[in-house]
Design a protein around this ligand. Structure first.
Ligand code: GLN
Length: 537
């Protein structure tokens, strides 16, 4: 088993996760079986309880783990199957160690960061390789070198490298080389200092990935090489990509990063054949069609809150050779200015998942607008509940219909708490989570798109369609096209008499990849494309 560790320096948000994922793509395409994991130094047990303002999207795995959004990149860029073991937080490490301490497992010893916390971290590095049967384990350490919180993780990988010996470990440090406008120059000092900090801990990077807005010239590479004690050809330029994050594996291949990693790890593997990946990029750079899609949410000012949704929309575009411009629409703006004004130029409208009442009325107005104007609509989780509430109020005439999440006193609770949630008080990891089976109705648009009748999709919710209202809805062209196999839970709805109006209680965005776009997103973009061709410009 071989190990790659990816650390980050200078600033956060350098795209360490993407770099790790893109390396995963390259190694896979050389025939090497990889898995990727993320270590997060914060004390939360998982990000499931964190606000999007703190953390961005919570990414859900098949086994129901609520994880960091970098795991989304890992799944989109590779074929690796991830589980809750692929995301480790300081909170989990301490919880495990403290549980052992309470059980008396440490036999009277003083329990300490070194060796008990660091041992626990190392155990996870070994374990994930064994579980997944991978040849290479890529571990990304969250945070920035120099953070107090991150020290136990860096100490753990230092010890680990000593244990497994040279030729089995490759340290990659992702750093920032800023361009100072006034001087007209790229500056290497922050990188030098970040690497110095890392070497002080005992970790000497084999490869430096330099994030920069301008190309690194020969002199700069030489300077970084000299001051950071890294060979010249291991100073890798990672300029901002021109069109899409999916260009990154090709950028890193050009810089021969995968060759370097294989050499460091003494892996003999043929070069990566990236022709299918190049075709994806071609469709992204020069698509046949173009379309504008609105995503109506309340966290639209945040880059990362709807990460997988944005990616899945792009994938839907790839499937249709269609470039998608994503318009991020604040649902409260619809409340202020009306749906027509805000949404009129969009070819498709998507309402993603969410929690809490703020902005729901704007989303309901958006769903109404899409239904009445026959604009393609895709609702995801809350977006399905919103479509249900809208239909109840405006088609069935059920005044004040709502979800009990937002109005516990509503006269028509068309969305209510799942049975299994009654009495649940803990907020952490307590929703209906992870992959669940769903039966699609014969003759439904969904079955046609999926090309199957039994599907598996990932969930993250507490509320559901209230079955008392099934009859009232079904007579009016509101189709329950996906149900749990026992028929009890509504998982997917679609409207007859509409070019494309579909909404799922589950999160299809977590199963979409650039080379395997999700059927619902493929269908949604196809319908939006068709609709935009019909519209006079
Ligand atoms: N708040 C809703 C629920 O808990 C929707 C959840 C979501 O969109 N992920 O059911």
């Amino acid at each position: 088993m071989k190990y790659v560790f990816v650390t980050g320096g200078v600033v956060s948000s350098l795209g360490k996760g993407l770099t790790a994922a893109a390396l995963g793509t390259l190694l896979e395409n050389r025939g090497v079986k990889v898995t990727l994991q993320k270590f997060d130094p914060y004390l939360n047990v998982d990000p499931g309880t964190m606000s999007p303002y703190q953390h961005g999207e919570v990414y859900v795995l098949d086994d129901g783990a609520e994880t960091d959004l970098d795991l989304g990149h890992y799944e989109r860029f590779t074929h690796t199957k991830l589980s809750r073991k692929n995301n480790l937080t300081s909170g989990q490490v301490y919880q495990t160690v403290l549980d052992k301490e309470r059980r008396g497992d440490y036999l009277g010893m003083t329990v300490q960061v070194i060796p008990h916390i660091t041992d626990e971290i190392q155990k996870r590095i070994r374990e994930i390789g064994a579980i997944t049967g991978s040849e290479v384990v890529i571990t990304e350490i969250g945070g920035t070198t120099g953070d107090i919180e991150g020290l136990p993780f860096l100490e753990a990988i230092r010890e680990f490298a000593l244990d497994v010996g040279p030729g089995n470990v490759c340290f990659i440090h992702v750093t920032y080389v800023p361009f100072i406008k006034a001087a007209g120059e790229l500056k290497t000092k922050p990188t030098q200092q970040s690497v110095a900090k890392l070497r002080e801990i005992g970790v000497a990077p084999h490869i430096l990935v330099c994030r920069c807005e301008q190309p690194l010239n020969k002199e700069l590479r030489q300077k970084i090489s000299l001051f950071c004690n890294v060979p010249y050809n291991a100073v890798i330029e990672e300029k901002d990509v021109d069109h899409s994050i999916y260009e990154l594996p090709l950028v890193l291949q050009r810089e021969r990063m995968d060759d370097l990693v294989c050499k460091t790890l003494q892996i003999d593997a043929p070069p990566a054949n990236m022709s299918h990946w190049q075709e994806i990029i071609r469709k992204l750079v020069a698509p046949q069609h173009r379309v504008r899609i609105g995503v109506v949410g309340k966290y639209i000012e945040l880059q990362d809150a709807y990460k997988s949704v944005y990616e899945a929309i792009i994938h839907g575009g790839i499937a249709n050779d269609c470039g998608v411009a994503i318009e991020k629409v604040d649902s409260e703006e619809i409340e202020k200015n009306g749906a027509e004004k805000v949404l009129k130029d969009l070819a498709g409208i998507l309402v993603p998942g969410g929690f809490g009442e703020r902005g729901t009325e704007g989303k309901i107005l958006a769903a109404r607008y899409a239904r009445e104007k026959k604009i393609p609509y895709l609702g995801l989780c809350l977006g399905m509940q919103i479509a249900t509430i809208e239909f109840a109020r405006n088609v069935l005439g059920l005044q004040g219909a709502h979800s009990t999440e937002f109005d516990p006193q509503t006269p028509h609770p068309v969305i209510h708490l799942l049975n299994e949630q009654i009495g649940v008080t803990n907020k952490g990891a307590s929703m209906r989570l992870g992959s669940q089976p769903c039966q699609l109705a014969i003759g439904s648009k969904a079955a046609h798109l999926y090309g199957a009748f039994l599907i598996q999709e990932r969930h993250r919710h507490r509320y559901e369609f209230n079955n008392k209202y099934r009859e009232a809805f079904s007579g009016h062209g509101f189709n329950f096209s996906g149900l749990s196999p026992d028929g009890q839970l509504v998982e997917l709805i679609e409207l007859n008499d509409h070019p494309f109006f579909m909404a799922s209680q589950y999160h299809p965005e977590f199963l979409s990849k650039p080379n395997a776009p999700h059927p619902l997103f493929r269908g949604f973009i196809a319908a939006s494309c068709a609709a935009s061709h019909l519209k006079p410009h």
